[in-house]
Design a protein. Structure first.
Length: 242
């Protein structure tokens, strides 16, 4: 085996192990905070984030929706309401503890029968190809080892003509979020996110700042106010044959 091949395999193993560590850390963190996550989330951002995501993804009655990184069901609930029980909503999350909390949160919802939950990773979503009319996510990319791969996966499970919309954080320097909230990335450059969507084959890509911001206070009293963006794009429909 050549030196170049050995180095290439070693590099792949390191990247794989790194991804496993990132997922394990996120899973451990969210298992620990699942019971109080809803209260924590209220301090970070408001309901208008969900409205912006669902508007950008065109979720409507009859839509099949996948909520990637659904957590305790913040965005899932709104998706169910938008489909009016005439569609199907699948919530996917890495943490069984968060999904258990989501099921409890939605248990009294009249349209609960239209939703199901699956344990899964944003970089390897447990959903078949061409499944959803809309794929949505809120604050998921900055927890991914490979956020570009997550965008590719969201595109894979999207039907032709469907839309992806995710909200996440602008690039920032609040490094305490790595330790206190298991953030893998300190936000993202908007131009880079747009390129990820375009490289995934999406059309009409938009990356726009939301009207609200993510606010938080560290354990040491440091206050943060970080911009939120909503990125969206459509999966092309096949060209009509002449």
């Amino acid at each position: 085996m050549s030196v170049r091949m050995r180095k290439s395999r070693q590099g792949r193993r390191r990247r794989t192990h790194g991804s496993v560590r990132v997922r394990a850390r996120a899973r451990k963190y969210f298992a620990a905070v699942a019971s109080r996550w809803d209260r924590m989330r209220e301090d970070f951002f408001d309901e208008t984030v969900a409205d912006s995501i669902l508007k950008a993804s065109d979720v409507k009655p009859g839509s099949t929706v996948v909520d990637v990184g659904c957590g305790t069901g913040f965005l899932t609930r709104q998706a169910i309401m938008n489909t009016q029980g005439k569609g199907r909503v699948v919530g996917v999350d890495l943490s069984p503890s968060m999904l258990e909390k989501a099921e409890g949160n939605l248990g009294n919802l009249a349209l609960h029968g239209s939703v199901e939950f699956r344990v899964g990773d944003a970089e390897n979503i447990p959903v078949q190809d061409d499944f959803a009319d809309a794929v949505v996510g809120n604050m998921i990319l900055h927890h991914c080892a490979k956020p570009k791969q997550a965008v590719l996966e969201m595109t894979r499970i999207l039907k032709e003509g469907g839309k992806v919309a995710v909200a996440d954080l602008e690039k920032h320097d609040e490094s305490w979020l790595r330790e206190e909230m298991a953030d893998r990335w300190l936000g993202f450059d908007l131009a880079k996110v747009k390129k990820w969507f375009q490289d995934a084959g999406l059309e009409s890509v938009k990356v726009e700042l939301a009207k609200t911001k993510c606010c938080g206070i560290s354990l040491h009293g440091r206050k943060a106010e970080i911009g939120i963006f909503v990125a969206s794009g459509s999966k092309p429909k096949p060209m009509a044959r002449l």
